[in-house]
Design a protein around this ligand. Structure first.
Ligand SMILES: *Cc1c(COP(=O)(O)O)cnc(C)c1O
Length: 444
């Protein structure tokens, strides 16, 4: 059975009787009029379809806890949806902890990740009762221990390790290979465990964590990852006579950005994972450990689209047509950062048959601010609404105020209703943190 991550468009996408694209029962041109552009639109039905798929796919293995990787897209409303869906949260900064806490999330169902957590962040995590901390390196072990001691707590930790598995994805989003900034090398785990057992009395080691990369299309890597982790757990348990019953497998399941992408379904991933758990539990004599997975992109990527309004265009003599839109690298850095490709349509005339090849550029002062190159689209006129699919993950969350462009709004659509989940930033908010020192205010 296909799952939502295998579709390019949100599950409710259709062309309505006005000939416009509609998502969640809302005409995209109406949303553009009501909220302005650029606008991020999230389809609630798609989010719940995919969380539902994860839940039923892992029914066979009740000791699994799904943790939504918040960094993909986080707002208080998303925290609420994840809570309703029974997901925990994978958090990786003080700001993400704060957002979850402010949304009223049960913080014991959260996990704190990152390769350079600060004193303040760890302190805040312990204050908020974050469930588990994934310790990434030796420096953090000492730091977490010291702060836990001040709180008079025993902090539950798992060790992030690099399992040495390469997945075929862009090098910037590979994380599980040996030469990576994340986690302990497997040759360093003995030293880490010894430190925890002998010196760090305020740490409770519960298990291991790995995350092999993002936008993963293959099953085999999950299979291999579990083998490596279980084998290491067995070795550490035997050597140090400890019990490690938590295994965090990370996230990474891919989505379909273009027709060329062929991600596996949530069911295929789950089947591989549960099968590998079964086989390796038996092989290494590890009794039904608690498993965590941390999907981000596959939960929220397909659900989100971005709409822009077409503005100026330029025909290079004997060359390309550049069509500019009212956003760009500030709301979607992925094309410039890792040559990410998207599927694009014109929301107010998706079916028009006369087409031309255009390059869609952003409005920023940077030649690299190109959202997509050489794409075949209906003839675009000023004011047309251009829709980029699959911008739900790592779009808003990586957005910036480059050129002091305001961050767009985000709306959640469902059954013909649309609700703001992030207000469009205002000029006042843009300058809110700016300070003019007194000495600059007076003329000499
Ligand atoms: C980024 C990240 C994830 C989520 O990855 P996706 O590809 O979005 O599923 C999960 N775990 C860790 C540790 C991460 O860094």
């Amino acid at each position: 059975m296909k799952t939502a991550n295998q579709y390019i468009k949100p599950v409710t996408t259709r062309i309505n009787d006005r000939g416009n694209i509609e998502i969640g029962g809302c005409d995209l041109t109406d949303l553009a009029n009501k909220y302005g552009t650029p606008l991020y639109i999230y389809d609630e039905a798609t989010i719940r379809a995919i969380t539902g798929s994860y839940k039923s796919a892992f029914k066979e293995y009740p000791q699994i806890q799904m943790m939504y990787a918040s960094k993909a897209f986080m707002t208080k409303a998303i925290c609420k949806i994840m809570e309703q869906e029974g997901f925990g949260l994978d958090l990786c900064s003080g700001g993400e902890i704060y957002t979850a806490f402010q949304s009223g999330f049960d913080m014991t169902k959260t996990l704190f990740n990152g390769n350079n957590k600060t004193y303040e962040e760890i302190n805040y995590a312990l204050e908020c009762n974050v469930g588990i901390i994934s310790a990434d390196n030796f420096y953090e072990l000492g730091l977490i221990n010291d702060i836990a001691e001040i709180h008079n707590k025993k902090a539950e930790i798992i060790l992030r390790v690099t399992p040495g598995i390469e997945c075929h994805t862009h090098e910037y989003i590979q994380t599980g290979h040996l030469d990576s900034k994340f986690g302990f090398d497997l040759t360093q785990t003995d030293e880490a465990v010894e430190l925890i057992l002998k010196e760090y009395k305020n740490l409770k080691l519960c298990g291991l964590h790995a995350h092999i990369g993002s936008q993963i299309f293959e099953k085999q890597v999950y299979y291999d990852e579990i083998e490596v982790l279980f084998k290491e757990i067995k070795r550490l348990q035997d050597k140090y006579n400890i019990s490690l019953n938590k295994v965090n497998l990370g996230g990474g399941l891919g989505i379909k950005y273009t027709e060329e992408d062929e991600p596996i379904s949530v069911f295929e991933a789950a089947e591989t994972i549960t099968e590998s758990i079964k086989i390796n539990s038996k092989k290494y004599g590890i009794n039904s450990p608690q498993i965590y997975i941390e999907p981000g992109r596959s939960i929220i990527g397909t659900a989100g689209v971005t709409i822009y309004t077409a503005g100026s265009s330029k025909q290079v003599p004997n060359g390309k047509i550049y069509q500019a839109v009212d956003g760009g690298m500030s709301d979607n850095i992925r094309p410039s950062l890792y040559q990410a490709k998207y599927t694009v349509e014109v929301a107010n005339k998706p079916d028009e048959t006369e087409k031309e090849t255009v390059t869609i550029s952003g409005k920023h002062c940077e030649s690299g601010d190109i959202l997509i190159k050489d794409i075949n689209l209906p003839l675009i006129e000023e004011g047309d609404i251009i829709c980029f699919y699959d911008t739900g993950a790592y779009g808003y969350s990586m957005s910036s105020n480059y050129n002091r462009v305001l961050k767009p709004a985000a709306v959640l659509v469902n059954n013909g209703k649309s609700d703001i989940i992030i207000n469009r930033q205002t000029y006042e908010q843009l300058c809110e943190s700016d300070v003019i020192p007194e000495r600059l205010k007076f003329k000499e």
